[in-house]
Design a protein around this ligand. Structure first.
Ligand SMILES: *Cc1c(COP(=O)(O)O)cnc(C)c1O
Length: 364
């Protein structure tokens, strides 16, 4: 007799993260210091110095449970976003917010609408709860939001949209976002995953719809993992109407966001200089790749985020070749994009090194 596992587990897709530096160092017998990771869209400048200082102080308090309601962090976030603390729910990464949504809304057989080439976690959450994933073909690697709207049926519970999208970096037109928000039936939740929003010059601002209470079926998901440089802390948040937040809060475990994460995130919010510098570096890094990839004869998808999807031929082979040079990028077979690799924007020196290794790998 074996254990009667949840039948959903048998076919559940497994998330394949970017390879950790230490793991690649062990495998190649190289010093970890010589390896660069451009695989998980992390901040190449590291955490904000203000966050580091706050966490060092908070270390002394780690014998205590964190504030389960994260009073100070929610208060400051609410102030910055001009919403109420009751509009906010914190997660151990915004991935956890996505999982809360599955707990709250999905029953076996329910439909979830996503785009082709969108974030892997949406499929995982859907299948975990026995939902049926409805995948709408992408248009030029980007979400086709009008087609996603047409894919909604009476069985649809959730529509997930990443904007900018990962792994393609594409940005949906503001007019299509607004149309989706306006025309989606009120009993379908729209999750706008805004993990890369802070990299945009002029983002489509959906916060007024939260402030006014006009869209109780809208959830914005954001994270401290990307521009804030705190991926290792695991902290993200959802912004929504108080009723939806209250439902997600019932699902949330009491101490899901740890004490260091709360302290680090609170301080990182104040580090405007770190954000500004990261955004400027990212813009320059994207331009660097956009200018240089064509000279290697490589096509890419134009990105609004902190990474670029590059058509490398045999993506797995190019991933391996770069890895031998101590550069970890992300192969894309798991996203049904076997010809591509996804490269996170690094420091100028890291970008140069990556490009040189690409040139070598391609024999150009
Ligand atoms: C990185 C990313 C997240 C954030 O993940 P965390 O759990 O907050 O680290 C969410 N959505 C997308 C599309 C991402 O790329």
């Amino acid at each position: 007799m074996s254990l009667p596992y949840n039948p959903s587990l048998a076919t559940l897709p497994v998330y394949q993260p970017g390879r950790p530096i230490e793991e690649v160092a062990r495998e190649l017998g190289l010093p970890a210091a010589g390896i660069i990771k451009l695989a998980s869209n992390e901040n190449p400048f590291g955490p904000s110095p203000l966050a580091l200082a706050a966490m060092e102080t908070a270390l002394r308090q780690t014998h205590l449970y964190p504030d389960g309601n994260a009073f100070y962090l929610k208060a400051r976030l609410a102030e910055k976003l001009q919403v109420q603390p009751a509009n906010l729910v914190l997660g151990s990464g915004s991935n956890e917010i996505l999982e809360f949504v599955g707990h709250a809304l999905l029953r076996p057989g329910d439909e979830v609408v996503v785009s082709q080439y969108s974030f892997a976690v949406y499929a995982i959450v859907t299948h975990l709860f026995g939902g049926r994933l409805v995948t709408v073909p992408a248009r030029n690697y980007a979400h086709d939001l009008p087609a996603m709207l047409r894919a909604v049926t009476p069985r649809t519970r959730i529509v997930f949209v990443a904007n900018p999208n990962n792994p393609t970096g594409t940005l949906a037109p503001a007019r299509e976002v607004r149309q989706l928000v306006e025309e989606l039936p009120p009993d379908v939740l729209l999750v706008m995953d805004e993990a890369y929003l802070e990299f945009l010059e002029d983002p489509t601002d959906l916060l007024p719809l939260i402030r006014s209470g006009a869209r109780p079926n809208l959830l914005l998901a954001r994270t401290f993992s990307k521009i804030y440089g705190l991926a290792g802390l695991r902290i993200g948040y959802g912004i929504a109407a108080p009723e939806l937040v209250a439902a997600l809060e019932k699902i949330r475990q009491p101490f899901n966001v740890n004490l260091l994460a709360q302290a680090g995130a609170l301080a990182a919010l104040e580090d405007e200089e770190h954000i500004r510098r990261t955004r400027a570096n990212n813009r320059a890094g994207l331009r660097f790749f956009e200018e240089n990839l064509p000279q290697l004869g490589l096509e890419f998808v134009r990105s609004a985020a902190n990474f670029i999807l590059v058509k490398a031929g045999d993506g797995a082979a190019v991933f391996q070749a770069l890895q031998k040079d101590g550069i970890i990028v992300r192969p894309m077979q798991g996203y049904q994009l076997p010809e591509f690799v996804r490269i996170s924007i690094g420091t100028p020196a890291e970008n140069e090194r990556c490009l040189a290794s690409l040139r070598k790998a391609l024999g150009r």
